[in-house]
Ligand binder design. Structure first.
Ligand SMILES: NC(=O)c1ccc[n+]([C@@H]2O[C@H](COP(=O)([O-])OP(=O)(O)OC[C@H]3O[C@@H](n4cnc5c(N)ncnc54)[C@H](O)[C@@H]3O)[C@@H](O)[C@H]2O)c1
Length: 432
């Protein structure tokens, strides 16, 4: 089949590369000439494990094609996926400008019959608006059906998530569109959930909001554990062994970040408000998440008796989670900005996110070549992202590099008793 992905971000490029690898011809439409030229030689605009190899292989095979021209891609395609960003407005609502702009450009380029699928995360009712925009823009004689197929991939494991999703949600009222989408997804695992567009749109927000709720719940339990002298990791292990609950996403830390959870929780609160519903659970989820990072910063400040001026702090991990260079809404931004404004000197290291970090972090930060260089002469080390590299760090060597053996473990990746045996003062989340 020939298909098109509009947008070459985490969703668009991964979807395109995976479907090309499955034997389809895939066009990708972008709007930045330099990025399109780089993609044509197999260079991805962001880091995702395995992606660059996949892109290169399929570019060389002639199955993965890039263009700035909607017509070139849309005309030969049977299915067109809209994979553009839907960032939050200051009100929390999703900004749909890019989705609507893409819909209009698709409409103008339409010939024959096409299925237009929105993969971007959009509020219920958006697909109907997309249909109206295309209807108005399309030339006479062209026809189309719309569908909502929300994306559930996770950055860091995006390729295998796309090949082996838990489910493929297909929201459409068109039988012809549903059959075509099912045919394309035949080689992909995962149960199909067939529904209308509004249901599909809401499934995506409900999923991300419930995952965020689990994280905030774990953080609330961690806070309470510190007060009552419990070990939050053990509490959550005990809770998670109940098969009805499970352990996934019940891990305390400095809070969730990234381009999806914070924005989707806020967007669902805004969607609910539009229909007169006060989504109080999600308001609390958002508040607990903000508190998680604030409380972590307070631990650091009180260790230094509110005197950060002149202290050198090593930071391990900048991206919002491991195996990605995505800095969108990363807790590291809040933590580091607070340290720097308090007068601390920051030495940071991240395996892949340092280039992106430099665009969003304050000036004056020293970027180190590894964890040991970051730790040189530091008064404390703070772990903000649970990269495997940090789990396996040589703590004895790290201790030798530090001026003071103080460790703030924002992801609870170390065994507190082992770390304390090495002479560290240890601060975890929800445990002593
Ligand atoms: N990143 C994730 O992990 C993830 C997972 C599931 C769903 N989503 C959702 O998928 C959508 C895309 O997310 P992302 O992380 O890939 O975003 P992104 O910011 O990485 O990429 C967006 C892409 O859209 C392009 N674009 C914007 N307007 C365009 C236009 N008019 N024509 C052509 N290209 C255009 C941008 O240039 C960019 O390549 C969002 O709605 C997001 O919420 C993201």
């Amino acid at each position: 089949m020939t298909i098109t992905c509009i947008g070459h971000g985490y969703v668009g490029l991964v979807t395109a590369a995976v479907f090309a690898d499955l034997g389809n011809t895939v066009w990708v439409v972008g709007r930045t000439p330099e990025k399109i030229e780089n993609l044509k030689i197999g260079k991805a605009p962001f880091y995702e494990p395995g992606l660059e190899e996949l892109v290169k292989r399929n570019v060389e095979a002639g199955r993965l094609l890039f263009t700035l021209d909607y017509k070139e891609a849309v005309v030969p395609s049977e299915i067109i996926f809209i994979c553009v960003g839907t960032p939050p407005k200051s009100s929390g609502e999703a900004d749909l400008t890019s989705v609507f702009a893409a819909a209009e450009s698709i409409g103008k380029a339409l010939v024959g019959y096409k299925v237009i699928v929105t993969k971007s995360t959009v509020p219920p009712g958006t697909n109907k608006k997309v249909a109206a925009i295309i209807e108005k823009a399309k030339p006479g004689g062209a026809s189309f059906a719309i569908a909502s197929v929300p994306e559930f991939l996770r950055e860091g494991t995006a390729i295998s998530d796309t090949l082996h999703p838990d489910r493929v949600v297909i929201g459409t009222t068109s039988k012809r569109a549903e059959e075509l989408i099912l045919e394309l997804h035949k080689p992909i695992d995962g149960k199909s959930v067939l529904c209308n567009t509004e249901t599909a749109e809401l499934i995506k927000y409900a999923s991300n909001s419930l995952l965020s709720t689990k994280i905030s719940f774990a953080n609330a339990i961690a806070f309470l554990s510190e007060k009552v002298g419990a070990d939050a990791e053990k509490v959550l292990e005990g809770v998670g062994l109940d098969k009805r609950l499970g352990r996934s996403f019940l891990y305390p830390g400095v809070g969730y970040g990234g381009s999806c959870f914070p924005k989707d929780v806020k967007a669902l609160i805004a969607i609910a408000a539009d229909y007169g519903y006060n989504f109080s659970i999600l308001k609390a989820v958002d508040e607990v998440n903000r508190d998680a990072v604030t409380r972590f910063i307070q631990k650091i400040s009180s260790h230094f008796q509110d005197h950060l001026k002149g202290k050198t702090i090593a930071i391990l991990g900048l991206s919002f989670k491991p195996d990605t260079d995505d800095m969108r809404d990363a807790p590291s931004v809040v933590v580091i900005s607070t340290l720097v404004s308090g007068g601390a000197m920051v030495r940071a290291y991240d395996p892949v996110a340092m280039a992106n970090a430099q665009n969003v972090l304050p000036e004056g930060i020293v970027y180190a070549k590894d964890a040991y260089e970051a730790a040189q002469g530091a008064d404390a080390v703070i772990v903000l992202t649970e990269w495997n590299e940090f789990r396996q760090v040589d703590l004895v060597r790290l201790a030798k590099e530090l001026k003071e053996r103080v460790l703030f473990d924002g992801r609870n990746i170390y065994n507190p008793s082992r770390v304390k045996q090495l002479g560290f003062m240890y601060y975890g989340v929800g445990r002593m």
